[in-house]
Ligand binder design. Structure first.
Ligand code: ADP
Ligand code: MG
Length: 358
């Protein structure tokens, strides 16, 4: 196993600078997810770590050794792709064994390692099949088997679950997590899906346009997003954003919404918030309470039941917000509600920069 370190890693394609400069340290045995919208440079970054893409400038270390100039097969990594990349004419056994055979490992050792991986991935009875005789999830497991048998120092995953249907994705996600708990191989996992990143990783790194916006544990990013990009990206359904202003009232400074309603300021942190500041107020749908004695009047526009919970789209003095209520609550379009929110659960961002203020 090994640590991975990126120092001022930069990538250009011709004149286009895709990754300006990334610093990132992944500890031995850690599971880090790189998450960000499509086109933000995730695959480019992972392919540079794998050695499949040239590094324009900067240094890459694996296990403390600088590997910029090493070929992929000299880097002690294994990569799992979205499109599995299995050999259609080979059996499951040969697909898993391929790299070991290529490396000229002894037959007995190959058999043992493939057998072990197959047991771990529940593929033991499928070793004679060809890829076209497998389901999508089984094919994905074969691709993982091929990575596991090499016992690499680092696993690199590039959206490995994107081709699976929703139910299988959830199942495979759990299998990848269990696998990591068993083998503890340092893992870097790229995805555009924030739920996948949050559920799998020890640490989540949010990327935007080739830059790190924020990194932290899943709950750190959820509870204290550092800017509106991260706030809007982490959490589902997404955080509501409302234009507002800090204003004075008889009881001290408040957040004044555009409709005129006022909310008490969260403490601590209110010190940064000067009356007159133009802000964006971030409110998570799951933190909005729609009882009778709230401070902000709203009107229900749309009700979307999902079972355990119901998503409620509300008009709030000209703005639209989403709230989540218990699935058994009776609520209908046209209902009048009154919103309240615990001050500690308000996220306050500077309007001009999007940076968190509280
Ligand atoms: P992601 O994996 O986050 O969706 P990519 O790393 O694949 O994003 O791509 C990042 C950016 O780099 C995109 O704008 C893409 O068009 C560009 N890009 C990727 N590969 C190449 C290439 N070989 N030549 C030129 N531009 C590329
Ligand atoms: Mg990609």
């Amino acid at each position: 196993m090994a640590s991975v370190e990126l120092r001022a890693i930069r990538k250009c394609y011709g004149a286009a600078e895709i990754v300006p400069s990334i610093d990132l340290a992944v500890a031995d045995a850690e599971f880090v997810a790189l998450v960000g919208p499509s086109g933000c440079g995730k695959s480019t970054l992972l392919r540079m770590i794998a050695g499949l893409e040239e590094i324009t400038s900067g240094d890459l270390f694996i296990g403390g050794e600088k590997v910029n100039r090493l070929n992929p097969n000299e880097r002690d990594i294994a990569m799992v792709f979205q499109n599995y990349a299995l050999y259609p004419h080979m059996s499951v056994f040969d697909n898993i064994a391929f790299n070991l055979q290529l490396a000229g490992r002894p037959k007995a050792e190959i058999k043992e390692r493939v057998g072990e991986a197959a047991r771990m991935l529940d593929l033991t009875t499928l070793l004679d099949r060809r890829p076209h005789q497998l389901s999508g999830g089984q094919r994905q497991r074969v691709a993982m088997g091929r990575a596991i048998v090499r016992k690499p120092a680092v696993f690199l995953f590039d959206e490995p679950l994107s081709n699976l249907d929703a139910k299988l994705r959830v199942q495979m996600r759990a299998e990848i997590k269990e696998l990591h708990q068993k083998v503890r191989t340092t893992s870097i996992y790229v995805t555009h899906d924030q739920i996948e990143a949050m559920t799998l990783a020890d640490r989540v790194v949010v990327l935007n346009k080739g830059k790190i916006e924020q990194q932290g544990t899943p709950l750190e990013l959820y509870t204290r997003p550092g800017n509106t990009f991260v706030a809007g990206f982490i959490g589902s359904p997404a955080m509501n954003f409302l234009d507002a202003e800090i204003a004075n009232s008889d009881s001290g400074p408040v957040v004044r919404l555009q409709g005129g309603a006022a909310l008490p300021l969260p403490l601590p942190g209110a010190g940064n918030l000067r009356p007159g500041s133009r802000i964006i107020l971030g409110l998570r749908p799951e933190h909005l309470e729609t009882g009778a004695e709230g401070r902000v009047p709203g009107r229900v526009r749309l009700v979307e039941p999902t079972g355990a919970q119901t998503h409620v789209v509300l008009d709030l003095g000209g703005s639209t917000v989403m709230a989540i209520v218990d699935g058994e609550r009776r609520i209908a379009a046209g209902d009048r509600v009154s919103l309240s929110i615990t001050p500690e659960r308000m996220h306050i961002f500077e309007r001009s920069s999007g940076i968190r203020l509280n």
